[in-house]
Every structure is written in structure tokens, then in C-alpha cells.
Design a binder for this molecule. Structure first.
Ligand code: URA
Length: 293
């Protein structure tokens, strides 16, 4: 007969080698992976560990004994996710998503359509659908990458450690969740906070695009590389894209979009807060200009 202590020991062993996901796209030899330990990173959602700024590669440090964590097998160079010859939204799931999202005339209808959409396999492994937080009437809409562990549990974007930093950054320029609206490229947490695949992004993007159309923000902020590259359809990394106002078209109207470093990246690289501060000031200035219009 199996002893409960043996079961607990086995569970503990799995946790100790960093194996905290029972379901993945590919079989994973966690013992081999953990032979390459990574530095501890706080639970900060996607892109919380390793990888280029704002990219989701090597982003498996949101949970468990981080000193034993290693890049997930799904981690890949972000550029491969955004091959220009593979337009996002061309997949069958993307086409279905576009049709469903396009029917939604209100945010409530869009959220209901998203919750009933089964075209993205991430839904099966996530605890919650993370739709949005904040004020949909706000001038500014921030778009992150995907829910992390805390967001998945609570069903709200940016409620973990990186969310706390985001709140502090917003507070520096007089903003809070009542004055901004927040969502993500993906509404479901990738297992182990691995990088989203292009297929997952393609399946979910039509919902986000419709989301932005319905909210009609005056200003957009893309948090991190995955968000910036997806929204701008660009291959460059976030360090190249950030710091300059770009343009995102919402139903034929260009909306200024500022790509910024992801708060999870800033937690790992506090020196980069200088750049983030500059970008926050640019956002503050733009809000003043928009309000004067
Ligand atoms: N990181 C993100 O990009 N989004 C969240 O909601 C949380 C962490």
C-alpha cells in the first residue's frame, strides 16, 4: 500500500526539481533542465525570468523554488514568433475568433464570447479567463503579455508582483486603476509562464483587437516585447521599440501607442527603471496634451 508520506515526498521532490506543471505541449525532462539553474526572480507573471527585456523567453520563474528553475522547453527566440510571412489571425482558430469577437457590440458580450471560445488550448490549462481590470472609460489602455500565476488565480491582470510595480509606476504620474484600463494579449496563462506560441497569439488576438475597438482608448501602452511586437507587427525587440510614440490603428483611426519595458523585466533589471521613468513621463505629457484637445 502506498504511504501518504511517500506521496508527499514524491510531490516535494517534483517541486524541488522545479516541476510544477503537469501538462505541457511537449514531454519535459525537468531533471535535465534544472541542471541549468537560473537566478531567482520574483513571481511576476510572464517574462519573469531570463530572456530579452519584455520577451517571454525563459519565463519560467514565476513559481516554486526559483533557484532550481530553468528555461522552459517552449522558450524560443521571440523573432520566430513573429515571422513576417505568417500573418497573425490567418489560422482557423484566428478566423473563428475574429468572427466571434466581431459580433460583440459591448465589452460584456466580448467577455462572454471569449469565455465560450475554445480555439486556444491555453484555456484548458488555465484556472481563469483574465479579461481586464480598471476603467474602460479611461483615456489610457495598457496591454501586457499574458496572465501569470497570481492573475490566473484571481482572474485579473497585473495583480502579482509585477502588477504591484506597475501600480507604483502609474502612481508616480498620478494614475491608478480607476484612471487606466488594463488587459493582455492572451487571456489565459501559458503553463509555467512559458512564452506564448504564435498559434496561441493568433487564436486570441482578434478578441484583443475587438477589445481595443470597443474601449476606444486615446492612448495605448504596450507592456513588454510580446505585446509591442504583436500590436505593432514588428520584429524588433522592446529595447528598440520603447521610448517613442508609435501608432496603432483602431477602426481606421491611428491611436498613439507607447511600447514600454515590462514591469517583470524591471524587477530583474532595476537599472532599466531609468528608461521606464522616461517613458512614464512621456505618457504623462501625452495625457496632458490629449486632455487639452
Ligand atoms: N504580466 C503580464 O504581462 N500580464 C499580467 O497580467 C501579469 C503579468
Amino acid at each position: 500500500m502506498i504511504d501518504v508520506c511517500d506521496i508527499l515526498d514524491a510531490l516535494r521532490w517534483h517541486a524541488d526539481v522545479g516541476c510544477d506543471e503537469a501538462i505541457g505541449d511537449e514531454p519535459t525532462d525537468w531533471a535535465t533542465l534544472t541542471a541549468r539553474p537560473m537566478a531567482r526572480a520574483p513571481s511576476a507573471g510572464p517574462s519573469a525570468a531570463g530572456g530579452a527585456p519584455g520577451s517571454a523567453s525563459g519565463s519560467n520563474a514565476a513559481r516554486g523554488p526559483a533557484s532550481t528553475r530553468a528555461p522552459t522547453p517552449a522558450a524560443r527566440p521571440p523573432a520566430a514568433l513573429f515571422a513576417p510571412d505568417q500573418p497573425l489571425g490567418a489560422s482557423e482558430a484566428g478566423i473563428q475568433a475574429r468572427a466571434r469577437a466581431g459580433e460583440a457590440q459591448t465589452l460584456e458580450a466580448l467577455e462572454a464570447a471569449l469565455r465560450s471560445f475554445d480555439g486556444c488550448p491555453l484555456k484548458a490549462t488555465a484556472m481563469n479567463t483574465v479579461f481586464a481590470d480598471g476603467n474602460p472609460q479611461a483615456q489610457v489602455m495598457l496591454i501586457g503579455e499574458a496572465p501569470g500565476e497570481d492573475e490566473d488565480r484571481q482572474g485579473k491582470p497585473f495583480v502579482g508582483v509585477s502588477g504591484k510595480l506597475l501600480d507604483r509606476m502609474l502612481a508616480q504620474i498620478g494614475l491608478d486603476r480607476g484612471k487606466v484600463y488594463i488587459s493582455n494579449i492572451l487571456p489565459w496563462r501559458p503553463p509555467g509562464n512559458r512564452s506564448p506560441t504564435q498559434a496561441e497569439i493568433a487564436a486570441c488576438l482578434p478578441f484583443l483587437e475587438r477589445h481595443v475597438e470597443l474601449v476606444r482608448p486615446k492612448l495605448l501602452v504596450a507592456l513588454g516585447g510580446v505585446s509591442a511586437k504583436t500590436l505593432l507587427n514588428r520584429a524588433e525587440g522592446i529595447t528598440r521599440l520603447r521610448g517613442q510614440w508609435r501608432s496603432y490603428e483602431v477602426a481606421g483611426t491611428p491611436v498613439p501607442l507607447m511600447p514600454m519595458l515590462h514591469p517583470a523585466y524591471l524587477l530583474r533589471n532595476p537599472i532599466a527603471k531609468r528608461e521606464a521613468w522616461r517613458d512614464m513621463l512621456a505618457l504623462q505629457q501625452k495625457i496632458i496634451e490629449e486632455s487639452a484637445k
